[in-house]
Design a protein around this ligand. Sequence first.
Ligand SMILES: Cc1cc2nc3c(=O)[nH]c(=O)nc-3n(C[C@H](O)[C@H](O)[C@H](O)COP(=O)(O)O)c2cc1C
Length: 153
Amino acid sequence: MKNLLIVHHSKTGNTRQLIDSVCQGVAGTKTSALSLRHLSAREAGPDDLLWAHGLIIGTPENFGYMAGALKDFWDRTFYEVEGRLSPLPYALVVSAGNDGTGAVRSITRIANGYPLVPVQEPIICRGAPTPEHLQSCHDLGAAMAAGIEMGIF
Ligand SMILES: Cc1cc2nc3c(=O)[nH]c(=O)nc-3n(C[C@H](O)[C@H](O)[C@H](O)COP(=O)(O)O)c2cc1C
């Protein structure tokens, strides 16, 4: 049995839409050998990270950084999982008005410390989600589900 964790924050719904597409991609690909847990950044904690074989993060870019709720998730979990987490494959989805690189940079630095290992380039979606953004997120969910289940990542 393999476990996939999705943690996201969304204030106005754009990241939520993107992550919903990720979840649809997971649902269309996974078998009963993969368990999916989707939590908001405020709900998720260290036990969820220790449970997971793979992680997908979704956040808006706020003030050139990740959402505060996601930063709080890292703050609440780092020491709790330190030394207990096998390098965890992860992927990142950022919703931004016009940039997104600050959120990616800040999360990448923190991810190195856990350690989290990226399975693909971050997806940055600028503006309201488009069909292309949603398709990229769907594909990410499908790839992550298959990769975790088959032990590729
Ligand atoms: C307080 C605040 C700060 C923001 N800062 C940035 C920013 O630095 N760069 C950017 O590209 N967009 C910025 N935005 C726009 C959001 O990233 C964008 O609207 C995003 O799609 C919101 O995602 P959500 O609907 O999941 O909350 C900001 C929005 C808010 C409310």
